[in-house]
Design a protein around this ligand. Structure first.
Ligand SMILES: C[S@@+](CC[C@H](N)C(=O)[O-])C[C@H]1O[C@@H](n2cnc3c(N)ncnc32)[C@H](O)[C@@H]1O
Length: 559
């Protein structure tokens, strides 16, 4: 009885733990390994060897800022971030790298979080209590509820909160260790912070218009809230000192908000925009399934009732691998505008294409003074119909690499309707999500090609030119970060547009539409795109990009 081989004993206990649902032998070995303490600093040394802790100048400051942040999180928030394992507990799964790099372009992506050890799918990566986060609530408390009412815009009040903590409170700020890890504008480089020369590298790209409107908007918001005659700096000079609430600092605050504030959706009180220390050190991958949200903290035994922000691993990670989350299905234009980077292989990438079709009313055709352009008998009805569905005759549509925007096709099918298509029926009776007629479809596809071709013509140089610039690595490196980003971006836009044209031409051939009603497609078409329509029709509808900005909850109209 007493002579039991050690092996038998192990297998018995393994069976027992399996019965408890804890997994098999490999789990057990893994748990043992995880509890075998790594020498303190071993992981950090390895990161250093791999260049993940930055260079000497500035690198050391960044390291002490990281250490101070971790200490603050542990002390103020009881956040578990132990670097080495203690009895019964594995080390914290992540470590801060000060200098991560993009694998394809080798551009710096700033700080990021790495797996300190192997991580399993579904593992809890961190819990940050909400009380450490900066939200509208903490902003109003810090700045005065008499000044900011409960319904103040979150972006505006959080921008002031950031300026207050970093520039007014400074060393006295509760959030100082967090402020000290926040980057400078020049480390993030969203396009709205670029100078005109760098921006000119994006000539022809729709990013320029979006950038300009955002710049104007930020200036207007600053003047209205702080800098102007009735601004807070004049009304409350003690609380809002002019030399701290500068426009430069305002741009820094918005750079932080756009690139790292998170919308927490499942809070007890609904949703809120928040700056979440530590969580905002995670970089973006469009392929990550992980995202951040909040829930009520505490486990079933000790419910604290306190809310916290949590993150679970979306997949397994190997030691030293960088952990990513998804900032959402964002196009490169949006990423450049708000986050200062673009992703070379981005499945959510799209380019906004402007499609302008002038309904040829009698008066409009008269103005054109061109005998060959006929009046469209359906023009007035088309305008009415567009009005009724809230569209203008000039619209922006996102163009993707792998699919057509359905809305664009619907819009064009309507605009290309002729009396042969309607046979006297009202325009509102048709289903534009389907092909109307072969002739109609042919002119729809041709007008997309025309619009995309025209847009390609807006760029001062070709995709091949850009490719050559990028290929000459020595010269390319001499350009600034912004200029390199701009060239890569405009090249990717052109590539996507060219692919769209090729796909459409293919479709025209496949559907046997090459010969379809050429008269309608060539010159005499009623819904032909017109150069110069932009001027004629004045302001166009919001761009797709602006539309998304507005959905973010930014305060006023962009224009
Ligand atoms: C939420 S922060 C992530 C942490 C940031 N790297 C830092 O140093 O604080 C977002 C910023 O990180 C950088 N970033 C995130 N994902 C990136 C990526 N895939 N490629 C390049 N830069 C990235 C951009 O500067 C972006 O504005």
């Amino acid at each position: 009885e007493s002579f039991v081989s050690p092996d038998a004993r192990i297998s018995k206990s393994t069976t027992l733990s399996m019965a408890g649902g804890e997994g098999g032998e490999s789990e057990w070995v893994k748990a043992l390994l995880e509890n075998t303490p790594e020498a303190p600093g071993a992981f950090e040394n390895e990161m250093k060897m791999k260049g993940l802790l930055g260079n000497k100048d500035g690198g050391n400051n960044k390291l002490s800022a990281n250490a101070a942040l971790i200490q603050w999180l542990e002390e103020e928030g009881d956040v578990y971030l132990a670097e080495v394992s203690s009895w019964g507990e594995a080390p914290h799964p992540m470590a801060i790298s000060t200098d991560t790099r993009d694998e394809i372009t080798n551009e710096s992506s700033g700080r990021g979080l790495l797996a300190r050890r192997d991580i399993n799918d579904g593992d809890n990566l961190f819990k940050i209590p909400l009380k450490l986060c900066m939200t509208k609530r903490s902003a109003r408390k810090a700045l005065g509820k008499d000044i900011f009412s409960a319904d103040v815009n979150e972006y505006l009040v959080l921008a002031c909160h950031l300026i207050h903590e970093k520039f007014v409170m400074g060393d006295e700020s509760y959030w100082k260790p967090y402020m000290d890890v926040l980057p400078e504008v020049g480390e993030v480089n969203p396009t709205f912070s670029w100078n005109d020369e760098d921006l000119s590298f994006l000539d022809g790209s729709p990013v320029i218009a979006a950038t300009r409107s955002l710049q104007m908007k930020l200036q207007r918001e600053y003047d209205a809230l702080l800098g102007g005659e009735d601004g807070l700096c004049t009304k409350y000079p003690d609380r809002f000192p002019k030399d701290k609430y500068t426009y430069e600092n305002w741009l820094w605050a918005f750079t932080m908000l756009f690139s790292r504030a998170i919308r927490l959706r499942s809070l007890k009180e609904g949703e809120a925009l928040a700056l979440v220390p530590y969580a905002d050190l995670i970089n973006h991958s469009p392929f990550s399934q992980a995202y951040i949200d909040a829930r009520e903290g505490g486990d079933w035994l000790f419910t604290s009732g306190e809310e916290e922000v949590i993150l679970y691993a979306d997949r397994g990670y190997r030691r030293m691998e960088q952990i990513y989350i998804s900032y959402g299905p964002k196009s490169n234009a949006e990423l450049l505008l708000l986050y200062g980077f673009a992703v070379e292989r981005n499945p959510f990438n799209s380019v906004d294409v402007t499609v302008a079709i002038a309904p040829r009313t009698e008066s409009f055709v008269k103005e054109l003074k061109d005998e060959s352009i006929p009046i469209d008998p359906l023009a007035e009805e088309k305008i009415e119909f567009l009005d009724s569905v809230g569209r203008k005759s000039m619209v922006d549509f996102p163009c993707y690499a792998d699919r057509y925007p359905v809305e664009l096709l619907e819009f064009l099918r309507l605009m290309q309707m002729t009396p042969e298509d309607t046979r006297g029926r009202p325009l509102s009776e048709f289903d534009y999500s389907r092909t109307i007629s072969a002739a109609n479809e042919a002119s729809v596809l041709r007008s997309v090609i025309e619009a995309v071709t025209r847009q390609l013509g807006n760029y001062p140089n070709t995709e091949e030119d850009d490719a050559a610039l990028i290929k000459d690595k020595g010269m390319f490196r001499l350009l600034s970060y912004n200029q390199r980003m701009a060239i890569r971006h405009r090249r990717n836009e052109k590539r996507l547009l060219k692919r769209t044209i090729a796909a459409l031409e293919n479709q025209i051939r496949k559907q046997g539409l090459e010969d379809e009603d050429l008269a309608r497609a060539e010159g005499s078409t009623l819904g032909k795109l017109l150069p110069g329509d932009e001027r004629k029709y004045g302001m166009k509808q919001k761009t797709a990009l602006e539309d998304r900005l507005e959905k973010m909850g930014l305060p006023v109209d962009l224009r």
